[in-house]
Design a protein around this ligand. Structure first.
Ligand SMILES: Cc1cc2nc3c(=O)[nH]c(=O)nc-3n(C[C@H](O)[C@H](O)[C@H](O)COP(=O)(O)OP(=O)(O)OC[C@H]3O[C@@H](n4cnc5c(N)ncnc54)[C@H](O)[C@@H]3O)c2cc1C
Length: 536
């Protein structure tokens, strides 16, 4: 698995697959024939579209940066600048396909230690150069597209050289990792000790430990292992005004927990240079069961009952009727809602505990009217759990607009949230009778509520970036009106910022601004990401 992704696509270029003929025919049957090639379809693999603006940093700053990190770790060539431009949202991919490289950094700097990070931040502050921390580059909320107005340039601070497992404390069951470690490498290093973090977001293959912490990521097994922010027990952060070292004990009453101020700070307060996480023994057994429900409503009642029962399955997901039909590859029922809903309930851990949990959950779900579909749907889910982003590329190639969005709310608000977001997406993308597919699943479950994860597909029309922005705005307005969160795990970036003050209030925004002013007085860290700029 190569670490560098294709600049116009998701993931390892070697894993990209063309859609089988049957699937192409199905896409045409649902959305109509693909339109003539547009600028956004310019996906020639040999000649990449667009030209980079000339790199704008002064020679003296570049040489100072080279003195800090080494000459070979300061790059201004087109190839690396293109690879560090934005993240991997559908809008990011469409802009890259259209040759829009306006957000390209002027230079990519790869520090090799905490002290080098701190020194780069000092130089950036004195030269008024914006710094964008870069972990895996899988961001989907505009968090890698810092505003450049008012700055002498933009540096992408690539943390890839900070990729060591620093320490394993088996007695405490903690591990300290550097931020640039990608998911698979971190798990492989811990597996040598018989340990796992248990954090497997869909972006696992490319996202980094620092990125997980900076965005408060949530994984597919977070029901059992916990969200990433719940796994972090310690952090080291380089800020322009000094180093924060947090986490001397598993819990404390030493004032507000400042770790929570860093988790989710998206590079706007400082650069995370070390993360200490809780680890678990590699599970002896993993088993994933499929369950069928007559309707999404019945399934929702069942996931809630399970979440509130005290049982703690490792994986708990529920697809609505449309998503179940797609997952079960039953073209006749796509969008028809005839086939009921699929739930995946997974158990990982020591054999005895897995058996006991599974038996108790099975009894509960049978009592609620669920049909046990055996292990096959669970195996299919596990097999394809990291494949969907490759499918997105294939659909974009066929002129289909496909993107996801997520939110969360308390159980009492779930029905309204589901209905309102779906209706908003269908209204905007289905305007004029165009076919639109809105799929949804419950991706994360808590005793008090759950997150909803929507996947949307429609035929591209006009400028597909604008087309998506209109749909996303309507969905975000619906989310806020329903009293739900603008993001359960994708973070704020620049894309969700217009709805942030609805969620945390003007006082909340002032608190964020005050923290930023204290830690980053020159405002060079990720300007415009998470914290609204003055006057915004
Ligand atoms: C196909 C796909 C599937 C996804 N699935 C999930 C999912 O299941 N769950 C989920 O939670 N998210 C998911 N995401 C979103 C994304 O993967 C997460 O937000 C992830 O945590 C980002 O990690 P990264 O290393 O790629 O960070 P990057 O994209 O490199 O950066 C994300 C943000 O954090 C900042 N940052 C990065 N590293 C540091 C650091 N060391 N210190 C300070 N700031 C830093 C960046 O400046 C940026 O603002 C998905 C994204 C894609 C494209």
């Amino acid at each position: 698995m190569t670490l560098e992704m294709h600049p116009l696509r998701w993931g390892d270029p070697a894993h990209a697959t063309a859609l089988p003929d049957g699937a192409r025919a199905l896409v045409e049957a649902v959305f109509g024939p693909a339109p003539a090639t547009s600028a956004h379809d310019a996906t020639s693999e040999t000649e990449l579209p667009g030209a980079l603006p000339p790199p704008g940093l002064s020679a003296s700053l570049l040489s100072s940066l080279a003195e800090v990190v080494g000459e070979q770790h300061v790059r201004t060539d087109d190839e690396i600048r293109r690879l560090r431009t934005r993240g991997k949202s559908t809008a990011d991919l469409l802009r890259a396909r259209a040759g829009d490289l306006d957000d390209a950094p002027d230079a990519v700097v790869r520090p090799g230690s905490h002290d080098e990070v701190a020194e780069v931040l000092r130089l950036a502050g004195s030269h008024r150069v914006a710094v964008v921390p870069f972990g895996g580059g899988t961001c989907v909320t505009g968090g890698l597209a810092a505003r450049r107005e008012g700055f002498a340039g933009v540096v992408s601070l690539d943390l890839g050289r900070l990729d060591s497992l620093v320490d394993v404390d088996r007695t405490s069951m903690t591990a300290t990792l550097q931020p640039g470690l990608r998911g698979p490498r971190a798990e492989a290093l811990l597996a040598e000790h018989g340990l796992t973090i248990g954090h497997f977001p869909q972006s696992f293959e490319h996202a980094s430990i620092g990125g997980f912490a900076a965005t408060r990521s949530s994984g597919q097994a977070s029901a059992g292992y916990g969200r990433f922010d719940a796994l972090v027990v310690g952090l080291t952060v380089a800020t322009p005004t000094g180093t924060l070292r947090l986490g001397t004990a598993p819990a404390n009453a030493a004032g507000p927990d400042l770790r929570q101020l860093v988790l989710g700070s998206e590079g706007a307060f400082g650069v995370i240079t070390e993360v200490k996480v809780r680890v678990r023994a590699v599970p002896e057994v993993k088993v994933y069961d499929g369950w069928r429900w007559a309707s999404f409503g019945d399934g929702l009642a069942a996931v809630r009952a399970l979440a509130q029962s005290g049982l703690r399955p490792t994986v708990l997901r529920l697809s609505d009727e449309a998503e179940s039909a797609v997952n079960l590859a039953d073209p006749d029922s796509i969008g028809g809602g005839a086939g009921g809903c699929l739930m995946i309930v997974g158990y990982e851990g020591a054999a005895g505990r897995v058996d006991a949990e599974r038996a108790a959950a099975t009894a509960l779900l049978e009592g609620l009217g669920g049909t046990n579909a055996g292990e096959e749907p669970g195996r299919a889910w596990e097999h394809g759990r990291f494949a969907a982003p490759y499918l997105r590329d294939s659909l974009l190639d066929l002129g289909v607009l496909v993107e996801t969005l997520e939110t969360a709310t308390f159980w009492s608000g779930v029905d309204r949230l589901y209905a309102d977001v779906k209706a908003a997406l269908e209204r905007v993308l289905g305007d004029g009778g165009a076919p639109v597919l809105v799929l949804c699943h419950v991706s994360h479950v808590y005793e008090t509520g759950c997150s909803l994860y929507f996947t949307v597909a429609a035929r591209q029309a006009g400028d597909p970036v604008e087309q998506w922005l209109a749909a996303k705005t309507a969905a975000s307005d619906a989310i806020v009106a329903a009293g739900a969160t603008i993001t359960h795990h994708h973070a704020v970036g620049t894309d969700h910022q217009p709805w942030l003050s609805d969620e945390i209030g003007e006082v909340g925004v002032r608190v964020l601004r005050a923290v930023k002013a204290e830690l980053d007085p020159a405002g060079v860290l990720n300007p415009g990401v998470l914290v609204p700029l003055d006057g915004a």
